[in-house]
Design a protein around this ligand. Structure first.
Ligand SMILES: Cc1cc2nc3c(=O)[nH]c(=O)nc-3n(C[C@H](O)[C@H](O)[C@H](O)COP(=O)(O)OP(=O)(O)OC[C@H]3O[C@@H](n4cnc5c(N)ncnc54)[C@H](O)[C@@H]3O)c2cc1C
Length: 400
């Protein structure tokens, strides 16, 4: 039986594992560093009080039983020997490997950011941020002077929009009488959502202002201290900075640079079959391909790699990989979104509905339709326990 190793239990890895599980002639092992899968498009919702399980799911619930799951970190690859080494010291042999390790946060060397800012990329990040938001209110009886979100990309936009309602709710829960919430979104480029059409940036900016989020463009973060953020020479008093602005390719590739050719962006150069050699596929955020950096691309490439690998295992050459144009749908507050898809550029509640459907499809990709539908119908439920005073904050949306 041919042995397949998949490294990384994110979008690319889970989709590939689910598809390869149907091939009885392969023995598939998924090595991933966490027992949880993160559905990144909904992380901002978990941060703002919605049901955790809509973005954080047990890997074992997503992949069929015939896939072996190993919780470990891959550290080294030897392409000549066809082995992957892990942090625990184990060496795993493969006939085929699919690498999909995602990206890591980059602070661009700006002083204080790594120490003082918060993130929303992992379960730990979210727990830390919740502890801080609730802790500040319970210990001082006040909200922060300013809540700053850095990075006007999709994550920064959806998060700053969601924070507005969330902070008002938790202030009320903790009986804070005067609760003026100052939220500012900082972007270094001349407009937010700089990778989208200017019309979309305009619509999103207008909507954010309506939600009382201050939008500051052409603004560069220069440093952070425990009580302030310096932005283009201006010092903003704050203890809450959420950094969404920078990512870099996973360090695994740099650490194994004799095994990979890296592009200027530090991503892995792959051939027309998303491979670096006949036995190793690199997909998702790690690969230097068109539309890399999106879940939709990682899913598409997970399907492609699994299909191509199954053909190669029986000596059939697969068709070359063809990229798929993704739809960009960015939520800006509840039931509202901006959308860019081919020639369509729009903003409003219709786009908000499209986003809801996009999530249903995204869930189905990683867990199948029946589980996806049952989760999706509950995604508007709120369930959060204050980590400081244990007050439970719930609202079952469907019961309203
Ligand atoms: C907050 C946020 C919001 C986003 N919103 C959207 C959106 O709305 N639409 C969209 O299309 N895209 C969105 N993205 C981007 C999207 O999530 C990524 O493009 C997608 O996750 C890439 O899939 P991947 O498989 O390459 O990596 P990931 O999904 O990141 O998976 C990488 C996996 O590898 C594991 N891992 C890491 N290091 C190791 C190691 N050394 N050994 C073993 N396992 C390891 C990780 O735990 C993880 O499970 C968002 C990203 C973020 C951070």
């Amino acid at each position: 039986m041919k042995k397949v190793l998949i490294a990384g239990g994110g979008f690319g890895g889970i989709v590939a594992a689910r598809q390869l599980a149907k091939n009885q002639s392969l023995e598939v092992t998924l090595i991933t560093d966490s027992e949880f899968f993160r559905y990144c498009p909904s992380l901002y919702r978990v941060v703002t009080g919605y049901l955790r399980r809509q973005a954080i799911m047990h890997i074992r619930d997503l992949v069929p039983d015939n896939i072996e799951v190993v919780i470990d970190k891959v550290t080294l690859i030897d392409r000549a020997l066809r082995t992957l080494r892990t942090e625990s010291g184990k060496t795993h042999q493969y006939d085929y490997a699919i690498l999909s390790l995602g990206v890591v946060t980059s602070y661009f060397g700006i002083s204080g950011l790594e120490q003082y800012s918060y993130g929303i990329k992992s379960v730990d990040d979210i727990n830390k941020l919740h502890e801080h938001l609730h802790g500040q209110i319970t210990s001082s009886g006040e909200l922060d002077k300013n809540y700053i979100v850095v990075g006007g990309g999709p994550t920064g936009v959806e998060l700053s929009a969601g924070l507005s309602a969330y902070l008002r709710t938790i202030a009320k829960k903790h009986h804070i009488k005067r609760h003026k919430v100052n939220i500012e979104l900082i972007e270094a480029a001349p407009r937010i959502l700089p990778s989208m059409h200017p019309v979309i940036s305009k619509k999103a900016t207008k909507r954010l202002r309506k939600l009382k989020v201050k939008v500051s463009v052409d603004s560069k973060v220069e440093g952070e201290t425990a009580n302030s953020l310096v932005v283009s020479g201006r010092s903003i008093p704050t203890q809450t900075v959420i950094w969404t602005a920078g990512v870099a390719n996973h360090p695994f590739y740099k650490n194994n640079e004799d095994q990979f050719e890296l592009s200027k962006r530090g991503k892995v150069v792959v051939n027309e079959h998303l491979q670096v050699d006949k036995h190793v596929f690199v997909i998702g955020d790690n690969a230097e391909t068109t539309y890399s950096g999106m879940a939709q691309t990682a899913v598409h490439q997970g399907h492609y790699a699994a299909h191509a690998l199954s053909l190669m295992a029986v000596d059939i050459t697969p068709k070359a990989y063809a990229p798929k144009t993704p739809a960009y749908v960015v939520p800006v507050g509840r039931n509202w979104a901006v959308m860019q898809w081919g020639l369509i550029k729009t903003g409003g509640m219709m786009a908000g509905m499209m986003r809801r459907f996009a999530d249903l499809i995204g869930y189905a990709d990683v867990m199948g339709w029946s589980k996806a539908v049952s989760l999706w119908t509950r995604t508007d439920d709120i369930q959060e326990t204050c980590p400081k005073c244990s007050r439970l904050h719930t609202r079952v949306a469907s019961a309203k």
